[in-house]
Design a protein around this ligand. Sequence first.
Ligand code: ZN
Length: 169
Amino acid sequence: MPSVVGHFAIPLASRIPRAFPPRLLVTGLIASMLPDADTIGALFGIERGTLLAHRGVTHSLAFALVVAGIAVLGSRWLQVRAARAGLFVLACALSHPLLDLLTNGGPGVMIGWPLSDARVFAPWRPIEVSPIGAAFLSARGLTVVASELVWVVAPALMVALAARRAHRK
Ligand SMILES: [Zn+2]
């Protein structure tokens, strides 16, 4: 594993800061994790399967668009043009529910809200669903990380490298 990761990580790490100001990168990172803020709903008695329960409203395309809209409004602070801020943050925010669609457990994803309240999955679900909290530090947690490396990290790095190559030409 380190060979693959190390191979891609170093050239990527040295190139990314030039294309993406740190504020934009951090905002993208937050946008990609923000949908799971809905997990705190359980502490406040939000019932499973309802709009505000895990993988509900915050996992919709509409939510990702709102987050991207906020990035557009804040593009000056993010030190990039509005279109770039919006597209980058949209991709980050939307990647979260799209990846959840590919997991093999947990509740379905309300990706089509408000047009549809249906909780759905993709027909093909290769990603191991992540156990929550301390259970993550277990053999099962390792299986999840391995599964994510194969199905998420490797393809993402390949797309990033291909995009960079295309950009240089
Ligand atoms: Zn999620």
